[in-house]
Unconditional design. Structure first.
Length: 261
């Protein structure tokens, strides 16, 4: 009986291997990617509670100032902003994302590094920048591309373009401080460049100088600094009145008499 069972098993095996009409199919993409995905998922699962929250991983390695002093008006701090950035990149560039960050360790290291490089920008600005990239870019962005998007995000803060700001500063009437500026940064940039220079120099020379100062103030706005603290140069405590010609002549004559000239 045992021999008959063995023979039947062998016959079945031979029939499976020798059937002429049965072809062995080539491995599909799912067959190739499946084991890799299972290994990645197993790697993620093996980290346990420590890897259960990406926020916790970044928070443990970040300085305390990110969670206390870097919140914007919506209560979003830099750690939450970075985690939101990576979540959006994961959903938008799924396959590319997992090739760039195949495990939790590489993802955490990247988050900490991006956090240190983006600390000069407001959390809301960082999130808005990645949304702009996701809507317009096919490939997973680099850190440099995200920084450029942050620098172009002035409209999020109501900042006009450098060209519009320059024309506004040149055409604003005096007194400059009482003019209804589109944004205070335009006023402070004009004051730093010099109102006399803007009024008397040609555009080729004046505009680059103004734009330099304007970019400085734009960065301060994007970092959440209050421009009201950067008050204009105070007026002197004593202001000399301009004398009329007759009084000026009389004082000059008195001075000549005192000096016996």
């Amino acid at each position: 009986m045992q021999n008959d069972s063995d023979n039947s098993t062998t016959a079945v095996g031979q029939a499976d291997l020798t059937q002429p009409n049965k072809e062995i199919g080539e491995p599909t993409a799912r067959d190739i990617d499946g084991p890799a995905k299972e290994r990645r998922d197993a790697s993620r699962g093996s980290v346990g509670n420590e890897a259960s929250s990406a926020t916790g991983l970044v928070s443990e390695g970040a300085d305390a100032r990110y969670s206390t002093e870097s919140k914007d008006g919506d209560g979003l701090d830099h750690i939450a902003a970075i985690n939101r950035v990576f979540s959006q990149l994961q959903f938008a560039y799924h396959n590319q994302y997992y090739r760039a960050f195949p495990d939790v360790d590489s993802e955490t290291i990247a988050k900490k590094y991006w956090l240190s490089c983006l600390e000069d920008y407001a959390p809301q600005q960082i999130v808005a920048a990645v949304k702009t990239i996701v809507r317009s870019q096919t490939f997973l962005p680099s850190l440099a591309e995200l920084i450029k998007a942050c620098e172009r995000g002035g409209d999020l803060f109501g900042l006009p373009s450098a060209r519009d700001a320059y024309y506004e500063a040149c055409s604003a009437p005096s007194p400059k401080k009482d003019f209804a500026w589109s944004h205070p940064a335009v006023y402070y940039a004009g004051r730093a460049a010099g109102w006399y220079m803007l009024a008397n120099e040609g555009q080729r020379r004046a505009q680059p100088i103004f734009e330099h100062h304007y970019q400085v103030f734009c960065q301060r706005v994007m970092r959440g600094e209050n421009l009201e603290d950067l008050s204009p140069t105070p007026l002197p405590s004593r202001v000399n009145k301009r004398l009329d010609p007759a009084e000026a002549k009389a004082r000059f004559a008195k001075l000549r008499a005192e000096l016996e000239l």
